[in-house]
Design a protein around this ligand. Sequence first.
Ligand code: PMT
Length: 312
Amino acid sequence: MALEDPSWKIFFEENPMPIGFHENVNLIKEFCQQAAMKKNRVALVTSGGTTVPLEQNTVRFIDNFSAGTRGSSSAEYFLEAGYQVIFLHRSKSLEPYFRHLVGKNIFEMIEVSPDNVAVGKKHQLELGKLAEKYQRHRCDLLMISFSTLSDYLWLLQATAQQMQILGPLALLYLAAAVSDFYIPASQMPCHKIQSSGGPLSLSLQLVPKMLAPLVTLWAPNAFIVSFKLETNETLLETKSNEALLKYHHHVVIGNLLNSRKVHVVLVDSNSPNAEEIRLSSSDLENGIEIEFKIVENLKIRHDQYYADHKTG
Ligand code: PMT
């Protein structure tokens, strides 16, 4: 399908690569080469929403809903599960480990005396545990950021291509919220749209579905997991199944906007029945996050995939 429909190629012809692209690709390349030498698994975790600018000198943009919770927490659990992680995330969205500090007042957490500055007693255990985890995993984590849809797609393509060297050791976990509509660079006004022009009508083009070339051309040997976001429960399983049938990848995780933190449906190309993951009240009381269970579940599926596809 990817080979028949050229719309994804046209997208890259019409939308320029992001600033710093080659530097980022070099970092990704080196990360993947090192991991491949050590036969380490690498998970690409995409996270956060993509923006669609309305002007070239951007004052206004359309955004896709996502705080980056799914991606940033999953990245931590992949690291705990022994993966190295490329975290392709929306700039200023939630990040692994740092997410636990969001909304906390750092000045309330430290004690200052004339000759010393230290973490206050009541925060030492929590911060100590977090710092220990961060320090243990930071060399296995590569952070790459994007803001716009176009930046995201350029980096997604390049990362998937660099991950080819890993063969079935690579896992792609596409949790970013990706816009389906955009304004091509050539149709975007250069300067700020003036309100003196009256009410604004926008005409947005469809973004080509990049899952098609991703699965067929960019990462043909990787284990690929995509997410399907819906707001209507009756569509969730059908739409997730349709995505799997259409793109021929490995797992689709369906989630509903309002229940995504406690319930997901996993549809797997190798099994006839969908599997549900739902947090119980005791999970919630014990602070278990659904991403812990998702990653645990995917690790088992990836183990099987690796066993079936490894060579030598
Ligand atoms: O970050 P949180 O606040 O925790 O929210 C997490 C989440 C709800 C954003 C996440 O769990 C999620 O569902 N992410 C996918 C959202 C999305 O883009 O869904 P979709 O149904 O519009 O797209 C389905 C798939 O097609 C996605 O894997 C996407 O990567 C892919 N896609 C989308 C657009 C496009 N042009 N090409 C694509 O390949």
